[in-house]
Write a protein that binds this ligand. Structure first.
Ligand code: NAD
Length: 325
């Protein structure tokens, strides 16, 4: 199997590349990554010498490059490449439209011309918008994004849908909840919180801290992606989630408990504009049709994650900036 992964030097992409090289001895993986601030070759240093792995530095918006790459007959494209931080999208959404929308369009067009057998678009539960205190998103829920990031991912999902309906391009879409695990860039909530505590700094909490996200360990997400890529039905959408709804304030308290630090390190800051209150995913479709199950509880995942950031200080110290507070 010849696989083109885009954005494989980021958080989930690097975990996915490592996962599939371990699980499938016959997979050849090419990783196309622009190496933005969020892309880090160190994330895959352990597999860089593997003859089944090739790295190409480049932009998914670069049509000539994508066409040239796809001339070498890939069976599968897994598109992780994206601008992924909601706060950055609120400050300036231009790059989000460029990479997340235009980049996905370039990949779809070139995949169509090259006749790629399967195209997996890695999307997010944020495309569904916000939930009240009850209920869960199903795959048929309305698409009602509330941030520029979510809107750009929703637009990409719509393009995927159109390419399937209009051209028969074999596109699959996954929509996952919040991931935690190793190699997540230290501007995101959990690595920021853990690294701040390790630096003796406070954990910033938006608003009242009662914003709820549905968390999943990154390895469980990667296993689901691998399954959907191989066995999913083209044209279908699959929700992926850990069935672990947690409020940000409770996560901050748990991190402090694991690290043996006082709750006085929690600092409330002004809320994010348009901050979605709650996300929760119904994952019965992927469980019923593909037999996927989550293996890690949230507590086990958080302990593994905190331990990783404790043991890999030099990884985050090199890339963390003071303005991420
Ligand atoms: P990330 O920001 O850690 O990594 C993104 C990667 O894409 C980086 O390596 C970056 O260099 C690369 N990239 C950015 N623009 C590019 C371009 N134009 N061309 C080529 N490469 C480019 O993101 P992540 O958290 O690993 O998320 C990966 C994907 O999963 C994204 O599409 C995101 O929307 C989706 N997702 C993330 C989460 C989450 O909790 N992190 C949840 C659901 C879905």
């Amino acid at each position: 199997m010849r696989v083109l992964v885009t954005g494989g030097a980021g958080f989930i992409g690097s975990n996915f590349v490592r996962f599939v090289l371990r699980e499938h001895s016959d997979w050849q993986v090419t990783n196309l990554d622009k190496l933005t601030y969020a892309g880090n070759p160190e994330n895959l240093a352990d597999v860089s010498g593997d003859p089944r792995y090739t790295f190409v530095k480049g932009d998914i918006v670069d049509r000539d490059l994508v066409r040239q790459l796809l001339a070498s007959n890939f069976d599968l494209i897994v598109n992780f490449a994206a601008e992924s931080h909601v706060d950055r999208s609120i400050r300036d959404s231009s790059l989000f439209i460029e990479t997340n929308v235009k980049g996905t369009h370039v990949l779809l067009e070139e995949a169509r011309h090259a006749g790629v057998s399967r195209f997996l678009q890695v999307s997010t539960d944020e495309v569904y918008g916000s939930l009240g205190p009850t209920g869960k998103f199903v795959e048929e829920s309305p698409i009602e994004p509330n941030s520029p990031y979510a809107a750009s991912k929703a637009a990409a999902d719509m393009l995927c849908r159109v390419f399937w309906h209009t051209y028969g391009t074999p596109v699959l879409i996954t929509r996952c909840g919040n991931n935690l695990g190793p190699y997540q860039f230290p501007e995101k909530f959990i690595p920021l919180a853990v690294s701040n505590v390790l630096e003796g700094k406070p954990i910033p909490i938006y608003g009242d801290g009662r914003h709820v996200r549905d968390w999943i360990y990154v390895e469980d997400h990667c296993r689901a992606l691998d399954l959907v890529a191989r066995e999913g039905q083209p044209g279908e959408v699959y929700n992926i989630g850990g069935d672990s709804e947690r409020a940000n304030i409770d996560i901050a308290k748990k991190i402090l408990e694991v690290l043996g630090k006082p709750e006085s390190l929690i600092t409330y800051v002004a809320d994010r504009p348009g901050h979605d209150r709650r996300y929760a995913l119904d994952t019965s479709k992927i469980q019923r049709t593909l037999g996927w199950r989550c293996r890690y509880s949230f507590e086990a995942a958080l302990e593994k994650t905190v331990t990783w950031y404790l043991e890999n200080r030099s990884w985050w110290q090199k890339i963390k900036r003071p303005e991420y507070l």
